[in-house]
Every structure is written in structure tokens, then in C-alpha cells.
Write a protein that binds this ligand. Structure first.
Ligand code: NAD
Ligand code: UDP
Ligand code: UDP
Length: 344
């Protein structure tokens, strides 16, 4: 009888020559860019809870270590100080690509860097996804609809965006990021997901973030007047962060829908109505101060979420009146204001 002398090729022979066999990855490995930020840190909490290996890459432009500090001792968590404008080598199964400043105050601060982050950052993450065969989800934005001429906004609407205005670095940056995703998908077969996120609020938003909900809440808590820009009749639809994170994970884990999908709460409020809700929750005697509005401010915005309901089985659960108190509690603690002061 002939004796088999040579080792079988491939993994079998390799593991035999090693003292310890290479374990097959049993946990899903997930990269979250921008994971130290507001939305990213809530997403990281959910991923860690469900037992994933989570790698956060963040340059800390607007993110904070405090947001993810509670995971630092966990061996399944890794934090990398990294700017997504630079290439990155890691081995993962999923990429949630959030890295990008989101508040107008932040993204207008260094517009060239903002557009580099969206374009080069997304290119790098798609190159990474292509190399390792990962699925990549882009957090795009309702800002791709610009100052919308259709209301509410459906995913099929192409938008009304000023290409050369002060908001363009963000809006057009995200539009190019979406284009890159679809071109990598069609040309290279990269597995992509695109979420178009509408205004989101909740605990851990930066106190000086500059967005309207965080501004009103900090102002009301500090006893300062609420700054309403323009006539306050412009509208937005506000989504609680837990609903957003559930929507992002539902989209990432869906085998059929790649998007773009609107993820937002259809409850629409004028800024004056929002100010009233903040007054109800924090201090009914708070004053309002009118300020000049910024350029190209969209007049109204409300998501049509038919697609998300139908394909992801997702819809938001938390109303503004339910979500706001949770954010107020967090802001009160971080502003060192102690227990709730009775709103007389
Ligand atoms: P955020 O500013 O709190 O978080 C952004 C994170 O990205 C921060 O941790 C920041 O340090 C990091 N970052 C920025 N530039 C980077 C770079 N070049 N390299 C590495 N990290 C970088 O904002 P957020 O509200 O948490 O937004 C997260 C994502 O969701 C963004 O992509 C934003 O465009 C999108 N989005 C958010 C909203 C919203 O209302 N929160 C709405 C639409 C879209
Ligand atoms: N890239 C990366 N990590 C990887 C693979 C690629 O950051 O693991 C970057 C790469 O440096 C490039 C971009 O992603 O800038 C696009 O990569 P791709 O392979 O599509 O294009 P090419 O490198 O051929 O220009
Ligand atoms: N806004 C306001 N007061 C503030 C900050 C913002 O009235 O202190 C208005 C702003 O003009 C816009 C809306 O609130 O019409 C939402 O602005 P935000 O910066 O939160 O997000 P955007 O949807 O513009 O990205």
C-alpha cells in the first residue's frame, strides 16, 4: 500500500506546524469610524452588548474618549486614534462609516477638511471593504436633499443643493460619498448600505455642539435665552438616538435592502415649537432671543419612511416629548447642575 508522505495543502498543514491552531473568528468584527462621537458611541454600546468585536477609529475632532471610556478595559474593544483621510489596514466583517463632523458649526469650521473627510475618508473605507470583503454602511444625511422642493422627502428625490455655498462642503461631500459607494458597488462588487439620517438628538451630544436641540437644552438649563435663528418657522424632524441606532443596525444586517434609506422620525416641528417643548421640559419661563439665520438654511424637512418600514421593518418609537427629558437629564449632570429644579 502506498503511504501518504506529503501533508495536505492549505490551512490544515499550516495549523499542524503551529503550536496552537489558528482559531476561526467566531465573533463578528466591526469597525466603527467616528465611534467616539455622539451617534457612534451609542452604536458601539449596542454592538458590544450583542457580543461583537468592536474597533473604533476616531481622530477626536468632535468625539470624546468619555463617550466610550466604559469599554476600554474590555478585550473585545479597541480604540485607534486615526484620521480616515489616511489609509487604514484592519481585518473586519462590517464597517460602520460615521467619521465626519455633523454639526454645521463644526463642519463649517474647516470646510476643506470636511470635504476631504467625506470624499477621501469614504474612498479609504470602500478600498478597505473591497480588500477584506467587508460590508460598509455609510451614514449619509437628509442634507443631500438640500432646501427641498418636495415634501416630505422620499429617497427617490434628487435634492436641491447649492454646490458653492457654505453648507456645500458637508452636503456635496455626502453626495459624493454616496456616489462612491454606488460606483464601488457596481464596479467592484463591494457590499454597501446607505442610511440617510435626519436630525438626531440625545444624551452625549457635545454641550457646545451648536445644533439646535443641544443649544436650546443647554441654554434653558443655564437660564439663558433660547436662540431662535430667523423667524423660527423653518421645520425639522427630530429623532431620538436609540431609534437611529436600531435603524442603522437593521439596515446593516438586512440582506436585501442596500439603500439609500431614510432613517428619521416623521414628527415635524418649527423651531418655535421645539423651543416650546424645551420650555415645557426644562423651564417654562425661559425667554426666546431671535438671531439672524445662517445662509442656505433648509426651510423644511420631514422624512418619508415608507421604505424603511417596508424593507427593514423599522420605525421610530420615541417621541420628542419622551426623548427630550432623557437628554436633559444627561446635560444637567454634565453641566453640574445637580437635581432637577422645579419649573415654577
Ligand atoms: P459627531 O460630531 O458627534 O461625531 C462624528 C465623529 O467623527 C466624532 O467622533 C469625530 O471626532 C469623528 N471624526 C470627524 N472627522 C474625522 C476624521 N477625519 N477621521 C476620523 N474621525 C473623524 O456627529 P454625529 O452626530 O455622531 O454624526 C455621526 C455621523 O452621522 C456623521 O457621519 C454625520 O454626518 C451623520 N449624521 C448625523 C446626523 C445627526 O443629526 N446626528 C444627521 C445626519 C447624518
Ligand atoms: N485602502 C485602505 N485600506 C485598505 C485598502 C485600501 O485604506 O485595506 C485605501 C487605499 O489606500 C486607497 C483607497 O482605499 O486610497 C481605495 O482603494 P482601492 O484599492 O479601491 O484603490 P487604489 O488603491 O487602487 O487606488
Ligand atoms: N437653529 C436655531 N437656533 C440654534 C441653532 C439652530 O434656531 O441655536 C436652527 C437652524 O437655523 C436650523 C435648525 O435650527 O433651521 C436646525 O439646525 P441644526 O444646526 O440643528 O441642524 P441642520 O438641520 O441645519 O443641519
Amino acid at each position: 500500500a502506498t503511504k501518504l508522505t506529503s501533508e495536505p495543502v492549505g490551512r490544515g498543514s499550516l495549523t499542524k506546524s503551529l503550536p496552537v491552531p489558528i482559531p476561526k473568528a467566531t465573533r463578528l468584527r466591526v469597525l466603527v469610524t467616528g465611534g467616539a462621537g455622539f451617534v457612534g458611541s451609542h452604536l458601539v454600546d449596542r454592538l458590544m452588548e450583542r457580543g461583537n468585536i468592536v474597533i473604533v477609529a476616531d481622530n477626536f475632532f468632535t468625539g470624546r474618549k468619555e463617550n466610550i471610556m466604559h469599554h476600554l478595559q474590555n478585550p473585545f474593544f479597541e480604540l485607534i486614534r486615526h484620521d480616515v483621510v489616511e489609509p487604514m489596514l484592519v481585518e473586519v466583517d462590517q464597517i460602520y462609516h460615521l467619521a465626519c463632523p455633523a454639526s454645521p458649526v463644526h463642519y463649517k469650521h474647516n470646510p476643506v477638511k470636511t470635504i476631504k473627510t467625506s470624499v477621501m475618508g469614504t474612498l479609504n473605507m470602500l478600498g478597505l471593504a473591497k480588500r477584506v470583503g467587508a460590508r460598509m454602511l455609510l451614514t449619509s444625511t437628509s442634507e443631500v436633499y438640500g432646501d427641498p422642493l418636495e415634501h416630505p422627502q422620499k429617497e427617490s428625490y434628487w435634492g436641491n443643493v447649492n454646490p458653492i455655498g457654505v453648507r456645500s462642503c458637508y452636503d456635496e461631500g455626502k453626495r459624493v460619498a454616496e456616489t462612491l459607494c454606488f460606483d464601488y458597488h457596481r464596479q467592484e462588487g463591494v457590499d454597501i448600505r446607505i442610511a440617510r439620517i435626519f436630525n438626531t438628538y440625545g444624551p452625549r451630544m457635545a454641550l457646545e455642539d451648536g445644533r439646535v436641540v443641544s443649544n436650546f437644552v443647554s441654554q434653558a438649563l443655564r437660564g439663558e435665552p433660547l436662540t431662535v435663528y430667523g423667524d423660527g418657522k423653518q421645520t425639522r424632524s427630530f429623532q431620538y438616538v436609540d431609534d437611529l441606532v436600531a435603524g442603522l443596525m437593521a439596515l446593516m444586517d438586512n440582506e436585501n435592502e442596500i439603500g439609500p434609506v431614510n432613517i428619521g422620525n416623521p414628527g415635524e416641528f418649527t423651531m418655535l415649537e421645539l423651543a416650546e417643548v424645551v420650555k415645557e421640559v426644562v423651564d417654562k419661563n425661559a425667554k426666546i432671543e431671535y438671531k439672524e439665520n445662517t445662509a442656505d438654511d433648509p426651510g423644511r424637512r420631514r422624512p418619508d419612511i415608507t421604505l424603511a418600514k417596508k424593507t427593514l421593518g423599522w420605525e421610530p418609537k420615541v417621541t420628542l416629548r419622551e426623548g427630550l427629558p432623557k437628554m436633559v437629564e444627561d446635560f444637567r449632570e454634565r453641566l453640574n447642575l445637580g437635581a432637577a429644579k422645579a419649573s415654577a
